[in-house]
Design a protein. Structure first.
Length: 380
């Protein structure tokens, strides 16, 4: 079972020119040099192409609508220099169209499709020109971003502590303690992931599942240690992996706390965290060896809520009915998830029935629908 949250949009006409991509990846095809004024930018993704309807946009907010016409699940990114993520959409299953709104200052960027969700992807250039007033120039949006950064700081501080405890247990060969600390340390990671995902290869180095790793690349991070703890039951050779995890977490925390965030990231991050629940936690794919997916589910839900709460003053002013709906659906999802509490933690994914999982999935999909509207409200 794979559940995805989709936003239906109409197909736009595409014209194709071919541009070379990096690293020997297939070429990204580009269309006209500018989209219709104020309109969305169509992206036709397949297993071999990434056709973007423009190579140039005006500075400010741009909306990309990505249709997956291939046979593989794909992702779409807008990268700044160093593969810094300006906007992304993951888990676009074949036949679906997804949407993302991105705020882009003038500069040179790349659009990237990743069929199979691995590797460097199919890349093409995107030039952003002109000047714009940043969304953070609005006092309430600036306050929202500042408040969210305080949340990120509090969570990342604890992430450092709990990851160190987990790493120490792994290196000491204390399997029972490491197993107990694994879902706890990941809780703080999952809450800050919208910011952590900005930084190129650091996120996959920390959180990639085995099938997410491209051929020839080393598998590292939480899930490598998870497999050794629960499946091989031997972490005697995992000291270097544990040390690498700790080093990567320290680096990403430093970067996350120093990053300048667009208010759009809060909106996209709130939605992205729920998409992760729908595509990985509900299915049991994320923590497939430990089955501790509900710890991640709760962390994603709370991280999403924190982003929405930071934006609340803006949303109350611009879309009060949306705020009411969000409050109701967050409460409903929290109640549904809360029925699966087990002591201070959560039931294992394997302990939930198909009916339990369907109810959780339905509640997440119901919540994701109004959350998908927040970015457009912020971008007004």
């Amino acid at each position: 079972m794979r559940t995805s949250v989709a936003i239906a949009v109409g197909f736009l006409a595409l014209a194709g020119l071919t541009a070379c991509s990096d690293g020997g990846a297939p070429a990204a095809s580009q269309g006209a040099t500018s989209p219709a004024a104020g309109g969305p930018i169509a992206v036709a993704a397949s297993d071999t192409e990434c056709k973007v309807a423009t190579t140039e946009v005006a500075a400010g907010t741009s909306t990309f609508t990505i249709t997956n016409g291939g046979g593989k699940v794909t992702e779409f990114y807008v990268y700044a220099a160093g593969d810094r993520v300006m906007g992304e959409v993951e888990n676009i299953v074949p036949g679906l169209t997804r949407e993302v709104i991105v705020e882009l200052p003038a500069g040179a960027y790349e659009t990237v499709c990743k069929p199979g969700m691995t590797g460097r992807g199919i890349r093409g250039p995107l030039k952003v020109t002109g000047e714009h007033k940043p969304l953070s120039g609005d006092a309430k949006l600036a306050a929202a971003t500042k408040g969210y950064k305080r949340y990120i700081k509090s969570q990342s501080d604890t992430l450092l502590v709990k990851t160190q405890e987990f790493v120490d247990a792994v290196k000491a060969g204390d399997l029972a303690k490491a197993k107990a600390l694994y879902p706890v340390s990941r809780t703080y990671w999952e809450r800050i992931e919208p910011v952590a995902e900005i930084f190129g290869d650091l996120d996959p180095a920390i959180d990639a599942r085995e099938n997410d790793v491209a051929e020839g690349e080393e598998w590292t991070g939480f899930h490598k240690l998870e497999k050794d703890l629960w499946v091989t039951k031997n972490v005697s050779k995992d000291g270097p992996i544990a040390d690498r995890l700790m080093a990567d977490v320290k680096t990403i925390v430093e970067k996350a706390n120093a990053a300048e965030l667009s208010p759009i990231l809060l909106a996209n991050g709130a939605k992205g965290l729920l998409d992760e629940v729908a595509s990985g936690k509900i299915t049991g794919e994320e923590d497939r060896y430990s089955h501790t997916d509900l710890w991640d589910f709760d962390a994603n839900l709370q991280g999403s809520k924190a982003a929405v709460q930071a934006l609340r003053p803006v949303l109350e002013e611009r879309a009060p009915e949306l705020v009411k709906t969000l409050d109701e659906r967050f409460a409903a999802t929290e109640a549904e998830l809360g029925s699966h509490r087990a002591g201070d933690g959560w039931k294992l994914h394997t302990e939930l029935s198909k009916d339990d999982l369907k109810k959780l999935s339905d509640s997440i999909n119901a919540l994701a629908e109004p959350i998908s509207k927040i970015a457009a409200v912020v971008a007004k």
